[in-house]
Design a protein around this ligand. Structure first.
Ligand SMILES: [Mg+2]
Length: 283
């Protein structure tokens, strides 16, 4: 078995158990700071420190707003609250110019068409996440957002707190949930919450770091994820119902639109008919 085959098998095994896909926000859904750089936001947050400056060198030069926020919480609860509030305002501004991640809409569609729900689990502010989802027509396709609403950085990933809250809100078992994240902290948080994880290796070096952190599978592109989601149906009964609608009731034009999909759609029938059967619809 080649390493590529093994990696595809790892991904398929995870998706076969996945009924709820939990997407990290910055990375898997969009590049939040494409228009308003994170380093600019970190600079704005440092100005709130006033008498509490100077700060350690690594914080004074960090381009990561969340690192500045975490340090603020070591100074005082009041400073942490003010830094978090300012960070939320700046994130809401940033998402207006955020760049969508290629193929994320295809991933959401593939989940819907294969009987899976999609949720967002993010260290970014809930207000910014909702603003982005509304702007990009995803608010009514993503049923749950669990994101930052508090000024306690200890609740953010790699803590399992947000992930476990999402699992509970979905009334799901951790083992039927999978977090897709682009940071090692996503993989660590998923492990602590006992949910499966897929690392999105969108930059060089991440694949190695995700492997070391224990990611269940790793993808370089969300196109790979959309393709495999379509091939691994989570709810065969739902899909069977949809197929019957298309076959007997939907206008032929709708069926043609569906069949023109660029991805091969494979459906494996479970034991309902007492036999295994595969239906392949090729474009
Ligand atoms: Mg991320």
């Amino acid at each position: 078995m080649t390493s590529a085959t093994s990696a595809a098998n790892d991904l398929d095994a995870i998706l076969a158990r996945t009924r709820h896909l939990l997407l990290d926000f910055d990375g898997p859904i969009c590049s939040v700071f494409a228009g308003l750089p994170a380093a600019t936001i970190a600079d704005r947050l440092r100005k709130l420190f006033g008498d509490h400056a100077p700060m350690p060198d690594d914080i004074a030069h960090s381009p990561d707003p969340l690192e500045v926020f975490a340090y603020a919480a070591t100074v005082s609860t009041d400073l942490a609250a003010r830094v978090e509030a300012e960070m939320t305002d700046l994130e809401v501004t940033a998402v207006a110019t955020a760049a969508p991640t290629p193929y994320v809409h295809e991933v959401v569609t593939a989940c819907q068409n294969s009987g899976r729900s999609v949720a967002v689990v993010s260290n970014n502010s809930a207000r910014a996440v909702h603003s982005y989802l509304t702007r990009h027509g995803l608010d009514d396709r993503i049923g749950l957002v669990v994101a930052r609403t508090d000024h306690d950085p200890a609740l953010l990933k790699p803590s399992p707190h947000l992930i476990t809250r999402a699992v509970d809100a979905l009334e799901a078992e951790p083992g039927e949930c999978t977090l897709v994240g682009d940071s090692v902290t996503d993989i660590q948080g998923a492990r602590l919450a006992s949910v499966q994880s897929i690392g999105y290796a969108n930059k060089p070096g991440k694949r190695e770091r995700f492997t070391a952190a224990g990611a269940g599978a790793i993808v370089n592109s969300l196109a790979d994820l959309a393709l495999r989601l379509r091939a691994r149906v989570a709810n065969p009964e739902l899909l069977n119902y949809m197929l019957s609608l298309y076959r007997f009731k939907a206008p032929m034009a709708s069926l043609c639109d569906w069949a023109r999909s660029p991805l091969l759609f494979v459906y494996t029938q479970g034991p309902m008919l007492g036999m295994r059967r595969t239906i392949s619809i090729l474009p």
